[in-house]
Design a protein around this ligand. Sequence first.
Ligand SMILES: Nc1ncnc2c1ncn2[C@@H]1O[C@H](COP(=O)(O)OP(=O)(O)OP(=O)(O)O)[C@@H](O)[C@H]1O
Length: 299
Amino acid sequence: MIECQKVYKKYEGNEAVQSVELEVKQGSIYGLLGSNGAGKTTLLKIIAGILKQDKGKVSIQGAPVFENIDIKKKIIFMPDTPYFFSQYTLRQMANFYSSIFPNWNEERFQKLQDIFEIEMDKKLHKFSKGMKRQAAFWLAFSTMPDVLILDEPFDGLDPVMRKKIKNIMIQDVAEREMTVLISSHNLREVEDICDHVGILHKGRIILEKDLDDLKSDVHKIQIAFKNEPQAEWLREMKTLHYERRGSVWLCVVRGHETEVKSYFEQYEPVIFDMLPLTLEEIFIYEMGEVGYAIQNILV
Ligand SMILES: Nc1ncnc2c1ncn2[C@@H]1O[C@H](COP(=O)(O)OP(=O)(O)OP(=O)(O)O)[C@@H](O)[C@H]1O
């Protein structure tokens, strides 16, 4: 659905996006994570066809996006600061959107009044930051987009509104296979809705994973023995981390659950617990392995 091949963009000597390969499948929600200045906005604008890459290919539904009006009618790009015509009300903005987006759904727009807490006939520039964000989502959802590209979309929204918006998004993904690409510098903000995540660091994707694979593949083990095994007992395991707390070992290992279990059970432990890892822990261990600090996206 969304495909980037070796995408590169430079601003006056600053290589903002470097050889990025990225694929977002139809009906998937992809979280693009990265610290400030990582290149997220630049990449999203390239994908949305607002900026042109210097090198590489970008396509949506198999077609290049830049200057492609037909594709752009099916995409919504929501910038980190929503933009509206300065003197317009939400109703007037809606009329404008309906003239541009052929799939505009007036019935849905009316229905969403029950969700969003903003007045339709008040000028948008008088709204607070969070209300403007609500208005942007209201308009976006009413265009029935095939692809939603969101730059830091939850900034300024209260927790209740975040939840409501995430629910509508998930519903659209489930019911009509909408594809979503969300940038964020905060893993916790997006981990409950994304099925894929990619981490952008200094213009490069340094990690890309399916979240279910990630969660099912990494395990935290607490283990203790009556008779301690030989010093190199963990050598056969793909170990991301281990430490000893008194007589109990804490190990983070990668592998299939059954294989991991049978490996540890051969040592006949007196304590053996497999504990779930939070996504945050998985990232810390994974990234530790490739040698990058990612504290910024885990705040
Ligand atoms: N218009 C521009 N002209 C020159 N350099 C730019 C421009 N826009 C972005 N950059 C640079 O490109 C790099 C990537 O910026 P970008 O805005 O894409 O990062 P980001 O990951 O979205 O950051 P943030 O999380 O802070 O919004 C940064 O070093 C930035 O200074």
